[in-house]
Design a protein. Structure first.
Length: 407
């Protein structure tokens, strides 16, 4: 690359040809589709989760469905954030800093604003209506949406918090990412690859996640608030950077290929302990006092499990999902829009279902099936509305995967 071109890209020296960094990774695309599907499953289960008070909840709860949330909650969003970091490695070389920020604004900030104004008010309105806190129509409620901050008030971004965090991380990490794609950074990535290649080396990358969960969770109780959610910031920002580092380090990828089965064993054993803890009421109802030995032990286990599941998922995907399959190939271009639309549809269907006099199993089945079908149908309808589709994350060109989590 010429010096002029490198300077335009915000780099002083580039050692890897752009062509080699714009290659699509099929296993990343496939894993992203499955991750979004699991987010959908988690949110359906939340309606019946006995250990959480979600936006809409059923009177009768299911400990089994609650355990599914316990199984997936520690690692699913960090995994999605890590995949976004992987994709950032391939997106940056073809853009200078200004172009990258413009692209992030169009594909992340614009859907965040549009989704907050179009998709979140109906969720808050249905919640307030179900609880008898508002009796009017959605149009009558809309001006009230801007009254205070949720949950005490009404204004919220609900599931779109992920986009706000991702947009902030994209800007914050940009200088670091540019450095890592220069000669000095490439050498640092090679060193990390050698460390990861040591026995259990990849597993020890969980240490920052374990430390931040142990030290910050008790200090910053607010969740998904961009200015005060420092515990989740520490977890998710590290996952985002890890994704970028993974994409740039062949040594780390080889280490994951060699160690993912060991990580899976750690994940299963650790999650079994967490599941037993929730089943017998040890957590989360009786979470130990902050910074006690039991508290530190709990969050250490939580952090190790989260990273172990991520490593296991990456290793499995690299081995088994690194080829185009008809189902995932079709779903790739819709994953982002599914994420945008799935929660308001779940909330709307749950608003009706929880008021039925029916067995819990029947309610859960109907909610899962109707919400899934509704999300897919709404996505296809949205694809035919070009202006609105772009604002809510659907790719401008049909069939072209443009997931925001891709870069």
């Amino acid at each position: 690359m010429s010096g002029t071109k490198a300077a335009m890209l915000g780099e002083t020296e580039c050692t890897v040809p752009i062509a080699s960094r714009t290659t699509r990774l099929q296993y990343v695309d496939s894993l992203r589709v499955y991750a979004v599907a699991l987010v959908f499953v988690i949110h359906v289960c939340e309606v019946f989760n006995p250990w959480d008070e979600w936006h809409i909840t059923n009177a009768e709860r299911s400990r089994v469905l609650g355990e599914l949330v316990v199984l997936m909650a520690p690692w699913i969003m960090p995994l999605v954030m890590l995949l976004a970091g992987v994709s950032a490695w391939y997106a940056l070389p073809a853009r200078d800093n200004a172009a990258y920020v413009r692209e992030r604004t169009r594909r992340v900030l614009l859907p965040l604003v549009a989704g907050t104004l179009l998709l979140v008010p109906v969720q808050v309105w249905l919640e307030r209506s179900l609880h008898g806190e508002f009796a009017g129509s959605l149009l009558q409620f809309y001006p009230r949406f801007f009254d205070g901050i949720y949950p005490a008030g009404n204004f919220s971004w609900h599931h779109l918090w992920f986009l706000g965090h991702l947009y902030g991380y994209s800007l914050l990490a940009l200088p670091l990412f540019r450095y890592l794609q220069r000669r000095e950074g490439i050498r640092a990535l090679a060193m990390l690859g050698r460390i990861g290649g040591e026995p259990g080396g990849v597993i020890w990358l969980a240490l920052p996640l374990v430390l931040e969960r142990s030290l910050l969770w008790g200090l910053f109780p607010e969740r998904h608030m961009l200015t005060s959610d420092w515990s989740n910031h520490a977890l998710l920002f590290v996952a985002y950077v890890y994704g970028f580092v993974l994409a740039g380090s062949p040594g780390l990828r080889a280490a994951i290929d060699a160690q993912w089965r060991r990580a899976l064993l750690i994940a299963v054993l650790g999650t079994t302990a967490l599941v037993m803890g929730t089943w017998y009421g040890v957590v989360p109802a009786r979470l130990p006092p902050p910074y006690s030995l039991r508290y530190l032990a709990f969050w250490m286990l939580y952090g190790w499990c989260a990273w172990a599941w991520i490593v296991a998922a990456l290793g499995f995907a690299r081995r088994c999902l690194d080829r185009a399959e008809p189902v995932t190939k079709t779903a790739e271009s819709y994953a982002y829009t599914w994420y945008m639309l799935h929660q308001p549809i779940i909330v709307a269907i749950a608003y009706v279902v929880v008021q039925w006099d029916a067995p819990l199993v029947a309610k859960a089945a109907v909610l899962f099936l109707v919400s899934g079908a509704g999300t897919i149908a709404a996505t296809h309808v949205l694809a035919r509305l070009p202006g609105t589709a772009g604002a809510l994350g659907h790719p401008a060109t049909r069939g072209r995967a443009a997931s925001v989590m891709r870069a």
